[in-house]
Design a protein around this ligand. Structure first.
Ligand code: HEM
Length: 136
């Protein structure tokens, strides 16, 4: 339905609300993203890919992305490919992807996200691998 956004939110994203709720709500997601970005920046192999990025804008986009994928609404693979194409051309690979998932897991644990939710969120991120790394 295409009513007001408030209606669309409550009627169209029940799954998202459930998983986000189970994760501990928006504050747990924000805490997770902060923990993730801090860890990624501290990793000498990942930091070069983040140079020149406006971290606030990046965090905002990732927050939106999490809402979308965890809510099982539109998943925008082509957009993810476009966002990471330049990085893949500069060597972004499975090694960096795996390290990021490890940091994501640790950041969620720090944010006290329940462990069954952690596994689900990691699965969702795992499913983006081919798009992020621009594979067939
Ligand atoms: C683990 C899976 C990953 C997911 C799900 C993911 C998700 C995203 C999303 C949603 C965006 C914003 C897209 C947009 O709306 O424009 C983005 C941008 C970006 N990501 Fe990732 N990402 C992942 C892995 C990585 C890794 C491993 C790196 C590098 C260390 C990375 C670096 C970046 C950078 C630098 C941008 C900003 C690109 C730009 O604006 O030029 N991402 N990512």
């Amino acid at each position: 339905m295409t009513g007001t956004s408030a209606q669309a939110d409550t009627e169209g994203s029940t799954d998202m609300e459930t998983l986000l709720e189970r994760m501990g709500g928006a504050s747990a997601v924000i805490e997770t993203l902060e923990g993730l970005h801090g860890r990624m920046q501290a990793d000498g192999e990942l930091a070069p890919f983040l140079e020149g990025i406006d971290l606030e804008v990046w965090a905002g986009k990732q927050f939106d992305f999490l809402g979308r994928v965890l809510g099982a609404s539109e998943y925008d693979g082509p957009r993810l490919r476009a966002s990471h194409k330049r990085l893949v051309e500069h060597g972004l690979s499975d090694r960096h992807f795996d390290a990021t998932l490890g940091y994501l897991r640790a950041a969620m644990a720090d944010a006290e996200v329940p462990s069954d939710c952690i596994d689900e969120v990691i699965e969702v991120f795992e499913s983006t691998r081919a798009d992020v790394l621009c594979r067939q």
